[in-house]
Ligand binder design. Structure first.
Ligand code: AMP
Length: 148
């Protein structure tokens, strides 16, 4: 191999390394979807987007998830915009308790007497995609542990 060929290897090696880094970054991002800038749940609350609503009261809304991960997959959201669980304040205490009471009542109504799982994803590393605090009520199948 001539000195000239040797020189030519480096740009190609750097280019290959760059594409590998980009691929790894894309894989990581696919595993951890970014948080939407748009609050689609606020649009559901305001009646600008349709949803299969199961429960509505002065504090919260519950509706079927658009991409269910279990036979029962319901989202319970406060009407008040709280971006993430990390943003909760002492004044939200009663509201958060209310979300849990609604979840337990819905679980009973939806026949989840064998058990159910409540999930709350907080921020991007946990997989939160919608910037509006919400509880996932999942049931109707056996659940694995640890969660992914
Ligand atoms: P998270 O990833 O914890 O923020 O959960 C957001 C959930 O909202 C996901 O399970 C989505 O499938 C669900 N979702 C997104 N858009 C809608 C929509 N328009 N109606 C109902 N569920 C939705």
């Amino acid at each position: 191999m001539s000195a000239r060929d040797d020189d030519a290897i480096w740009p190609a090696a750097v280019a290959t390394l760059k594409s590998l880094v980009l691929l790894a970054a894309r894989r990581l991002l696919q595993g951890r979807p970014a948080m939407m800038t748009d609050n689609i749940f606020k649009k559901i609350i305001d009646g600008q987007l349709p949803a299969r609503i199961l429960h509505e009261d002065e504090l919260c809304l519950a509706f079927h998830d658009l991409h269910p991960q279990a036979p029962v997959h319901v989202l319970i959201i406060p009407r008040q915009v709280i971006r993430t669980h990390a943003d909760i304040q002492p004044e939200h205490q009663a509201l958060l308790g209310h979300l849990h009471l609604v979840a337990a009542r819905l679980a009973q109504q939806l026949g989840l007497s064998a058990g159910y799982r409540l999930v709350l994803n907080c921020r991007e590393q946990a997989g939160q995609t919608v910037p509006h605090l919400h509880l996932h009520l999942l049931g109707g199948r056996a659940m694995g542990w640890p969660p992914g």
